[in-house]
Design a protein around this ligand. Structure first.
Ligand SMILES: [Zn+2]
Length: 115
């Protein structure tokens, strides 16, 4: 999972003024927007569904991408193929587990903050 945080000034609909906001991106998708002035937070509820959709698309397009790679760099691709085939399920599981643990850990933290 690729997580990136940036800070920028945006208009806050809760405190009704321009203020510093923290934007959290997960795999390039906006996941959460927080106003640093008043703490108002907007979380995109279906970001996990979007990211899972991207993973599914990557899986489905892999044969085509592999064919292109073999055509462009045949010897390099074929020599690295056995180790990539063996490690791919573990790398993929690690990515999904990283996403799942981040999102559910954040949900628990957010629920504690609300109570
Ligand atoms: Zn605000």
């Amino acid at each position: 999972m690729n997580k990136k945080e940036i800070q920028t000034e945006l208009f806050c609909g809760a405190c009704l003024k321009d203020s510093l906001h923290t934007i959290v991106y997960l795999n390039g998708n906006i996941y959460k927007l927080t106003c640093e002035e008043c703490g108002h937070t907007i979380t995109k509820p279906d970001v996990v569904k979007d990211i899972y959709g991207e993973y599914l698309e990557r899986i489905l397009s892999k044969p085509h991408r592999l064919k292109d790679e073999i055509e462009k760099h045949p010897s390099k691709t074929i020599s690295s193929l056995p180790s990539r085939i063996i490690s791919k399920p573990f790398r993929f599981y690690k990515e999904l587990e990283g996403l799942r643990s981040y999102v559910y850990k954040k949900k628990k933290t957010d629920e504690k903050d609300v109570k």
